[in-house]
Design a protein around this ligand. Structure first.
Ligand code: CA
Length: 99
């Protein structure tokens, strides 16, 4: 996520009790108002199943991204719901699968 942020953005990361990345909050400056908030969703089998994206940081979700699996492999991400460029999504998936 940091690699795709603007140069001076400040990202805050939150992990849940199972040590999974649960939220990334981006701010223009340290301590400033959130400019975007992404919540990461997982299923009972610990698979990353989607994201809720507040792309404006106003507390209202602007986009819901969900993934479909075949076994442990993500096979479908409806492009119409996606905010990030494809290469960003693939990179995020690869990072998640390497953990
Ligand atoms: Ca919003």
């Amino acid at each position: 996520m940091v690699a795709f942020a603007r140069k001076h953005d400040v990202n805050g990361y939150t992990w849940d009790v199972r040590n999974r990345l649960s939220e990334v909050t981006t701010r223009a400056t340290a301590g400033g108002a959130a400019t975007s908030i992404v919540d990461y969703l997982y299923d009972a089998e610990n698979r990353w199943i989607g994201e809720n994206v507040d792309s404006t940081g106003d507390g209202q979700i602007d986009q819901e991204i969900r993934f479909a699996y075949d076994g442990d492999q993500i096979v479908l991400e409806p492009a119409m719901y996606s905010l990030l460029p494809l290469r960003c999504r693939i990179a995020a998936i690869l990072v998640k699968q390497s953990n």
